[in-house]
Structures are given as structure tokens and as C-alpha cells.
Design a protein around this ligand. Structure first.
Ligand code: SF4
Length: 92
């Protein structure tokens, strides 16, 4: 069973909803306002290298990763691809 189809407008709305939903100041996020938020929600066969590179330079990396784990989220959080809050294993 794969992930549900992506809807860019929905993803944009969800990432905006995260702002008031936590103590993290997402305004400092490297991904904040990025025109392609779907890069943080790759299909299993897709690379998330671009998202991971931006995450590597993000001051929120550790807090973001813990947020993704704690809230059982899908997508790239803190530079790590998660599904239901668990690390997705990628093969080369
Ligand atoms: S670590 Fe990555 S996903 Fe998390 S806020 Fe920073 S850029 Fe965004």
C-alpha cells in the first residue's frame, strides 16, 4: 500500500497549519515558503535529495525531526524521510 496521491494545494495548506500547531517557530525553516513543498513529500521511488540538502542547513533540523516522529507524520522532517513517524529505508 503506497501513500495517497499528492495534492500541492493541500500540502501547502497543511504546512501552513503546522505553524500554530506547535511551539516551533517555523518562520526560520529553510523550507518556509518554498515553491515546491511536494519535495518534502516524496513517493517511495522518488529522491528527496533537494529537501535533505535544505534541511541540512536548517536551524530547526533536530526539533523538526522530533516533531515528525512525535506526531507520526509522513514526509521529510529534519532531513529524514518518515512514514507514520518512522524512518523510511531507502536502497541505493
Ligand atoms: S529541517 Fe527541513 S523540513 Fe524541517 S523545517 Fe527545516 S527545512 Fe523544513
Amino acid at each position: 500500500m503506497g501513500r495517497p496521491p499528492r495534492d500541492t494545494h493541500l500540502l501547502r495548506a497543511l504546512t501552513q497549519l503546522l505553524v500554530p500547531s506547535s511551539e516551533i517557530d517555523w518562520a526560520d525553516a529553510q523550507c518556509s515558503g518554498h515553491p515546491e513543498p511536494e519535495l518534502w513529500f516524496p513517493f517511495p521511488s522518488e529522491s528527496f535529495d533537494v529537501a535533505a540538502r535544505l534541511c541540512a542547513a536548517c536551524p530547526l533540523r533536530q526539533a523538526c525531526y522530533e516533531f515528525g516522529i512525535d506526531n507520526h507524520l509522513d514526509g521529510v522532517w529534519g532531513g529524514v524521510d518518515l512514514m507514520y513517524g518512522r524512518t523510511v529505508a531507502h536502497t541505493a
